[in-house]
Structure formats: structure tokens, C-alpha cells
Design a protein around this ligand. Structure first.
Ligand code: FAD
Ligand code: PYC
Length: 417
């Protein structure tokens, strides 16, 4: 049973932002639930919300080993877009983008979705060809994307240096105007509050340490740092650590875990109007509502579970940023950090049932799952509730790696890994 202070009840009633998480108390786990989600990031909390809201499952719990949103959800650079190449991905990511458009209203919580436009730069002849291919494929799928000349790119983003003398000159850009950013931790809190209001138990500091299977092989319970909890359904949404959790059920997945790093500058007044990404120079940048420049790079070149920032990546990335945006040369870095992402061979996610009855997995988002949060959670909840994939996540199976039905989004992932 949770307790709420008068202030938190007022905030709940009026949909207030500040302080909800400070007044909310983690409940004691029950002995049994109808379904358990492992991982209290945006995808896991969103899954619980849609299970309760759209499928009527209320006796469910989200188990988070640490604090809500403390994984990649609270560490990412918040870029949202749906300009992926293949039909399957465009459908999935645009499903998410449409949900982003109404998410603050649906959750009665301001997730600060800001469709300020995502511009992806092309610096080589090959980049131009790949980018134009994406523009055409997206438009054929009803997803907005347009090709800009260097002058048009500069008009859209005035700080951009389009001098032909650059080491990697800007030859053009693909612009998705509906793309943008949102406030990442608000997404976790918004889903958590809405799920909590529907009766979902959200349990922090509760690490899953084992998955118990019965004689028929089906899931029966999870072992946790707060004891054994019985359940016939487990959804694993533990980005970066999926392999570790799935091994508890005896399953190996085609995943590798890499650190991905980011940094923010000291805060300044609004100077940067959109999101700019460049895969070729391994850099991307936007400005948060607090005024910090939010900057990231490609993944580290080695597999690791280390959730720490390292200075080699910022140095390389900042060279590229300063060349593209010379006005930032004298800015100072405020802080840097790392998160662990898990990546499949084709850079597309797995959102699926598994061969273990009652065990479901949502993983493999690599560097790009934040943008997918509402869509991923929505279709994963459907999959868990009906024990069958939603038509949108039907192609994102585990079996595609055996059958060769890859959905190769290495270029659209846009972040080198
Ligand atoms: P998480 O938020 O990581 O949640 C998983 C949770 O599982 C964690 O809280 C973890 O503590 C918990 N967990 C793990 N093991 C256990 C266990 N045994 N028991 C209980 N709990 C467990 N994506 C974009 O679309 N746009 C971006 O701009 C972008 N930028 C990024 C920048 C960085 C630096 C990083 C690291 C990632 C970025 N991403 C981006 C990727 C994105 O952040 C992730 O794909 C997405 O947030 C994954 O969400 P999630 O809810 O699945 O994972
Ligand atoms: O997927 O757009 C993305 C992204 C940007 C930074 C990290 N991932």
C-alpha cells in the first residue's frame, strides 16, 4: 500500500510535474503477480502503463534494480525521429512518433516533446546518396523527410558552418521536421505516475537475480533481492543488461553491450534551434530547455558494462562540433556520462515472445531506443497481454537472425556503432 502526502495528492490531482517522484513511496512486493516487467526505464514503465490501461491487467509489477529512469532513459540525448529506411522500421518508429505527439495529454504529465526538427548532415558523395535514399523511402511510407542544400541547411540552422573548406564539408542534409526532443526523465516519471494510478506496483531497489521455470519449461517466478515473486509472465526490458537477465532463463541472445557517451556544456541562452546529427564525423547536438548544449558521439569501440563517461570520446566529438559550429569553440563542458546500450547484428530491436512460455523480451535498441519508447511499450504490452505480436512488432522477432530476415538499419541508426 502506498502513502501520499497532502502535497503529493494535490500534485497528482492537478497533474503537477515537480516533486511527484520525491513524494512517491516504493511499495512492498506482493507474493504473486499476473505479470512482471523487469526494468524500470521508459520502455518497461510504458509497457506496464499500456498493460493496465489498454489490456486491463492491474495485478502487475515493474521491478527496477536501481531507481526509475536511472538507466539509459535518464542518460540519453533525447533525439526523437522516425526517418528509418525499411517499411517495418518506419512503421514502428512512426507509431512511436504519433504517440509522442499526444503523450503529455495522455499521461497528464508534460514530457516536453518539442518537434523542432532533426537535420542529418551529409559530408561525402556516399552520404548524399544514402541520405537521399532515406528521404525517398520515408516519403513513400508517408513519413516526412526532405532534402536540403547546404544553403537551406544553414537557413534552418544558422550556426552551421557550410564553408567548402571544411575537412568534412556539408554537402546537404535530410530534414525531418516532426523530429525533435523530449525531456527524458519526465517520460519515465510520467509513465510511472500514470501506471501507479492504475494500480501497478512499481518497485525500486529490487534486482531480478533469477528466472524460475517449471517442469514444463514455462516461467513460474522470479528471484529478486527482495525475495521470490510468483508470476506466469515476465517481460524483460533491461536495456544494456538483457543478455544477463535472459541467461537466467537459459537463453542466449544475439546482443553485444557497448558504452555510449554524451556530455552537456554549461547552460547558455537559446542559440540552437533544432537537432543536428552527423554520422560521418560522429557527433550530434541540440540545446536542452535548461540551456545546455547536449552533445554525443558514437559507441566506444569495445564491449563493456561500464556506465561511465570517458574523456577520449568528448575530445574527438568536440573537435567535430567546433568545426561545424565555430561559435561554440569557447564554451565549457559541464559534465559527461555513459550508458550501456545493447545492439543486435542488424541494429533493429527484438520485441517478441521467446521459446520459453511466459517469457517476453524487448531489447536491442542500441543507440536509438528513446525515440521508440511509447511505440515500443505499446506494442510490447499487446504482445505480453495476448501472447502474440502486434502487427507492428511482428517482424522484430528473435528468429529473424536464424532465418536471415534482417532489418538492417545501420545507416538510419545514425550513430556509429
Ligand atoms: P533503460 O532506461 O536502460 O531501462 C532498463 C532498466 O533495467 C534500467 O533502469 C536498469 O537498472 C534495469 N535493470 C537491468 N537489469 C535489471 C535486473 N536484473 N533487475 C531489475 N532491473 C534491471 N535513443 C534515442 O532514440 N535518441 C537519443 O538521442 C539517444 N541518445 C542516447 C545517448 C546515450 C548516451 C545513451 C546511453 C543512449 C541513447 N539512446 C538514444 C538510447 C536510449 O537511451 C535507449 O535505447 C532507451 O532509453 C532504452 O530504454 P529502456 O527503458 O529500454 O532502458
Ligand atoms: O537514435 O537519433 C538517435 C540517436 C541520437 C543520439 C543517440 N541516438
Amino acid at each position: 500500500m502506498q502513502t501520499f502526502s497532502a502535497l503529493s495528492l494535490i500534485r497528482r490531482a492537478f497533474g503537477g510535474h515537480a516533486g511527484w517522484q520525491a513524494h512517491w513511496r516504493t511499495p512492498e512486493p506482493k507474493a504473486a503477480y499476473d505479470a512482471i516487467i523487469v526494468g524500470g526505464g521508459g520502455h518497461g514503465l510504458g509497457t506496464a502503463y499500456y498493460l493496465a490501461k489498454e489490456h486491463g491487467l492491474r495485478n502487475i509489477a515493474v521491478l527496477e534494480r536501481s531507481w526509475l529512469g536511472g538507466g539509459n532513459t535518464g542518460r540519453n540525448t533525447t533525439i526523437i525521429r522516425s526517418n528509418y529506411l525499411f517499411d517495418e522500421s518506419a512503421t514502428l518508429y512512426d507509431h512511436a512518433l504519433k504517440l509522442w505527439e499526444g503523450l503529455s495529454g495522455a499521461l497528464n504529465y508534460n514530457v516536453m516533446y518539442s518537434p523542432r526538427g532533426v537535420m542529418m548532415l551529409a559530408h561525402t558523395h556516399h552520404d548524399v546518396q544514402v541520405s537521399k535514399r532515406h528521404v525517398h523511402a520515408n516519403r513513400a511510407n508517408g513519413v516526412d523527410n526532405e532534402w536540403l542544400t547546404p544553403e537551406q541547411a544553414k537557413a534552418f540552422c544558422p550556426p552551421l558552418n557550410i564553408s567548402p573548406g571544411l575537412r568534412y564539408p556539408v554537402l546537404g542534409a535530410a530534414l525531418q521536421r516532426r523530429g525533435g526532443t523530449a525531456r527524458h526523465d519526465a517520460v519515465a516519471w510520467g509513465y510511472a505516475r500514470a501506471a501507479d494510478a492504475l494500480g501497478v506496483d512499481i518497485i525500486q531497489n529490487c534486482e531480478v537475480t533469477g528466472i524460475v521455470r517449471g517442469r514444463d519449461g514455462a516461467v513460474e517466478a522470479v528471484e529478486t533481492t527482495r525475495g521470490r515473486i510468483r508470476t506466469p509472465k515476465v517481460g524483460v526490458v533491461a536495456a544494456g543488461h538483457t543478455s544477463v537477465v535472459m541467461a537466467m532463463a537459459g537463453m542466449r541472445l544475439p546482443l553485444e553491450s557497448f558504452p555510449l557517451q554524451a556530455l552537456v556544456s554549461e547552460p547558455v541562452k537559446p542559440v540552437f534551434p533544432c537537432v543536428v546529427m552527423s554520422n560521418t564525423v560522429h557527433a550530434y547536438i541540440s540545446q536542452s530547455d535548461k540551456g545546455e548544449l547536449v552533445i554525443g558521439a558514437g559507441t566506444d569501440a569495445y564491449v563493456s558494462y561500464s556506465q561511465r563517461g570517458g574523456l577520449h570520446i568528448p575530445a574527438h566529438t568536440l573537435d567535430a562540433i567546433c568545426e561545424l559550429f565555430p561559435m561554440f569553440r569557447r564554451m565549457r563542458m559541464l559534465r559527461n556520462w555513459g550508458g550501456i546500450v545493447d545492439t543486435t547484428p542488424d541494429r533493429s530491436p527484438i520485441i517478441a515472445k521467446t521459446p520459453v512460455p511466459g517469457l517476453y523480451v524487448n531489447c536491442g535498441w542500441g543507440t536509438g531506443g528513446f525515440k521508440a519508447t511509447p511505440g515500443s511499450a505499446h506494442v510490447f504490452a499487446w504482445t505480453m497481454a495476448r501472447d502474440a505480436p502486434h502487427p507492428i512488432n511482428g517482424p522484430f522477432t528473435l528468429e529473424r537472425f536464424r532465418d536471415g530476415q534482417m532489418i538492417d538499419e545501420a545507416a538510419a541508426a545514425a550513430v556509429a556503432h
